[in-house]
Ligand binder design. Sequence first.
Ligand code: NAP
Ligand code: MG
Length: 404
Amino acid sequence: MKDKIMMKTPLVEIDGDEMTRILWEKVKEKLIHPYIDLKVEYYDLGLAKREETNDAITVESAHAIKKYGVGVKCATITPNAQRVEEYSLKKMWPSPNGTIRAILDGTVFRKPILVENIKPSVVSWKKPIVIGRHAYGDVYKNQEYHITTKGKAELVFTQEDGKEIRHTIAVFKEPGVIQGIHNLESSIESFAKACFLYALSEKLDMWFSTKDTISKIYDHRFKDIFASIYKKDFEAKFQEAGISYFYTLIDDAVARVMKSNGGFLWACKNYDGDVMSDMIASAFGSLAMMTSVLVSPEGHFEYEAAHGTVQQHYYKHLKGEKTSTNSMALLFAWTGALRKRGELDNIPDLIHYADKMERASILTIESGKMTADLARLAEPKASVVLNSEEFIDAIAETYSKKLS
Ligand code: NAP
Ligand code: MG
């Protein structure tokens, strides 16, 4: 066997929970360690460790990504009341992804993995559509009331010096609902920069859409901030990379997306991104084929799978039953992070490894060998439905026979 590929800077490895924690080990053992002299700084975000450290480990892992620039994260449990009981937790610890996102001030990009034998529901889609979702404010940080008596609703802004701006929203003569939302220019700027950086890094055209014809101040501010950052910092770089940026009304964007061949980044406001990423994911096939990367405005990257810990499969695994859990998005989190390390540290072998390993996994599925979630959708039908570990073994075999 050839010498293993050496790394220069450690990758921040963030371990997680349940079925994905099991697959994480297997992916490393069979698809990474044989080829790469892996250099990592390891953070265990398994729920037991978060409990033991009062969640300090989560904060430390985010700071490590800031220090080294690239992280790879396994799926983690976000505790709810049932988990507090199941794991005898002192507290309902916050979502690790929320904590990490707040520290990195990032934007999340979701991209489907395409294979020839899983056809998207939209027949014209040939290349992936990536959604970039703003992760701060709007309806996710709102104030809202159910109004049950007659009265007047006003929008009031009290300046520091006590001066007021006041406008009537509605005069209520019957029951109704009201809502107040906000956003911050600094957050919109971070969102815009992260999107432009991602488009450059992936060499993708970029679209941005809002409803600025109706929301002439709020949404219009988003449009203007994107336009001025593009003009100032990115227009020349986009031209050099041969990619384009264009803004359009969200209705027009939706119509164009349905007729497109894919192959672009669609930047969406918080709510639009929430809804559109679920639409794109299901139209492309399976949650297990959706990758996710958090990009900060300073250019720090955190790669992960879009799915959770696959809890139901883990309970089967604990009972000693075989599971057929798909490790594609987890593998792509690793290859994405290793490729980015290779680019930043100028290690071409690491980049080639990532390209070949992704190719091997796709070829494996295209040869008819896949897990049950894909077998339900495949056309032509799967030649064999593999269990979790057999699927990883099949990828290792494709890699060593066809590509290494
Ligand atoms: P999930 O883990 O994404 O799984 C939901 C269902 O999707 C599974 O039951 C399975 O369907 C299918 N699925 C997801 N990934 C799959 C894979 N790799 N291979 C095959 N099938 C897959 O969501 P959840 O069960 O709602 O959440 C479990 C835990 O994950 C929760 O504690 C939640 O807090 C956490 N979570 C973490 C993250 C993160 O860390 N980024 C994200 C979301 C959720 P079938 O059962 O039909 O086979
Ligand atoms: Mg959603």
